[in-house]
Design a protein around this ligand. Structure first.
Ligand code: ABU
Length: 497
């Protein structure tokens, strides 16, 4: 009868539910034991190096017509973890992100379980309000009165730097929104030669043209030279162009240099230009009373990029764009889609914040960061930052004293430290004509050895006239001074011949 039918359906759904529940519990156990904790110890490998061919053989990557069993899915999970880089490992110091924060991780899992899209209050009520609070607090930390202004979580620092260009252009030339780039003079923006490549890339993307992103010289510490900036602003004006913004950097990607923000701001005021500060990397230092002086002058900026997934160690990804001017984001990007942003809803539609983004669907990257902030407090973040700087300073002094190491910058400002390791066979040959060429080959060789052994992961790069050097990045406050000595010992061991 009818009731039996309902019961049958109900029973069927319970069976389905318990099948999924069993799978999720087993998968979470595997994640906790094998991924989060099983690979985090110092004695485990940072990476299980395998060639692309080996990985293709080890994991059946091809989507198939027939489903696999739950046991097979769990085995696939274990394989994916096994052949992935263990970025939560203490010795993964390769990039500007690392470590697994337990609160950030749970915040990330909660985000995924709730699966929101943050465009309207009706589908993301808590996340909408949470973003408002967190972004206001970040603006207050930047130094804008009462934390006033606006801001967004966006997909990565490059996009945040692109939002800055878009907002600056709209601020001076709102007609671009409807008439396009044809309606405005030739626009020029400026950034340092050591700035992140995204400013030039996004200037290209936005039709301003890569050549009109003018690169400014840097000094020995990697900081933008303001005299060169002014000379290039004047040259642009004399050439008939309209300079409209400067992107300064607080913590450059390779050198960790902080540009002189107050002096750059003075030039921006003099020539009526927008000042954006790319603090994607260095922004976290604002949380520390001891180190926030590095960003003195950031409060004078019109907009700021700050990525909590970098120095503050929130899980990937967590990037913010903060802006001092209240309505520019919305005026510049809104398109008033009537199917989504209806103005006759029963609640206050100013809470439908999605239209100020260029994305439509959008992940709630705020929750993991908010959850970490709740768990640690601002005091916890301050301690974290102070530990990173202390480790970086210890490592710098340690290798300064140690034979074979040569610092690229005598006084690195942030927690990324650059150095050459000169193996024994090259010492004493510094004045020979092929010394640089031979030194250039050392870093790739040591890197190959460390990856194949899985003992640590540190990146290297050339820069201008400088041959390949290492950049070690301290961003995990679970490291201590013993780890700093371990890293130096490893370079010596891997580069012994
Ligand atoms: N903005 C991403 C930086 C990548 C890195 O050098 O670690």
């Amino acid at each position: 009868g009818k009731d039996r039918g309902v019961d049958k359906d109900h029973y069927k759904s319970l069976a389905e539910r318990s099948k999924h529940e069993d799978f999720i519990r087993r998968a979470v156990d595997l994640l906790v034991e094998r991924v989060v904790f099983g690979r985090a110890s110092r004695t485990s490998k940072v990476v299980e190096w395998s060639s692309p061919e080996d990985i293709k053989k080890a994991i059946d990557l091809k989507p198939r017509d027939s489903p696999v069993t739950h046991d097979e899915l769990l085995a696939l999970m274990a394989d994916v973890a096994r052949y992935s880089v263990n970025t939560g490992h203490p010795y993964f110091v390769n990039q500007l992100f690392s470590s697994v924060d337990p609160y950030g991780l749970i915040g990330q899992w909660l985000t995924d379980a709730l699966n929101p899209s943050v465009y309207t209050f009706e589908v993301a009520p808590v996340f909408t309000l949470m973003e408002e609070e967190v972004l206001r607090e970040m603006r207050a930390i930047v130094g804008w009165p009462e934390g006033d202004g606006d801001g967004i979580f966006c997909p990565g620092g490059s996009m945040a730097n692109g939002y800055a260009i878009s907002c600056a252009r709209h601020y001076f030339y709102p007609e671009v929104k409807t008439k396009g780039v044809y309606a405005v003079p030739k626009l020029v923006l400026f950034t340092s030669e050591l700035a992140h490549y995204s400013t030039k890339k996004l200037a290209t993307f936005m039709g301003i043209g890569g050549e009109n992103c003018v690169l400014i010289k840097t000094n020995k510490q990697g900081k933008l030279v303001v005299e060169d900036l002014e000379a290039k602003i004047i040259a642009a004006i004399e050439g008939g162009a309209s300079p409209f913004m400067v992107t300064a950097t607080a913590g450059t990607t390779v050198f960790g240099a902080f540009d002189p923000l107050a002096e750059i701001s003075a030039l921006c005021k003099k020539y009526n230009m927008w000042l954006h500060v790319d603090a994607a990397w260095g922004g976290g230092a604002l949380m520390s009373k001891k180190h926030r002086h590095l960003l003195n002058g950031i409060e004078l900026a019109d907009s700021v990029t700050w990525n909590p997934h970098k120095l503050l160690a929130a899980p990937q990804q967590c990037s913010t764009f903060l802006i001092r001017h209240k309505n520019v984001l919305k005026d510049c990007h809104s398109s008033n889609a009537k199917y989504l942003f209806q103005k006759d809803k029963f609640y206050d539609t100013t809470y439908d914040t999605g239209d100020k983004h260029i994305q439509c669907g959008r992940r709630a990257d705020v929750l993991k960061f908010w959850f970490m902030w709740k768990a640690k407090g601002s005091e916890g973040f301050e301690k974290h930052i102070d530990t990173l700087f202390d480790n970086a300073q210890f490592f710098t002094e340690h290798i300064r004293q140690r034979e074979g190491f040569q610092l690229v910058l005598e006084k690195p400002e942030c927690t990324n430290i650059m150095f050459w390791y000169v193996p024994r066979c090259l010492r004493g040959h510094e004045n020979e004509p092929d010394f640089k060429e031979r030194l250039h080959k050392v870093a790739p060789k040591i890197k190959e050895r460390m990856i194949k052994e899985g003992s640590m992961m540190v990146t290297y790069q050339p820069q201008g006239d400088l041959v390949n050097f290492f950049r070690i990045v301290f961003q995990n406050s679970a490291l201590d001074h013993k780890d700093m000595v371990y890293f130096a010992n490893e370079f010596e061991r891997l580069g012994k011949d």
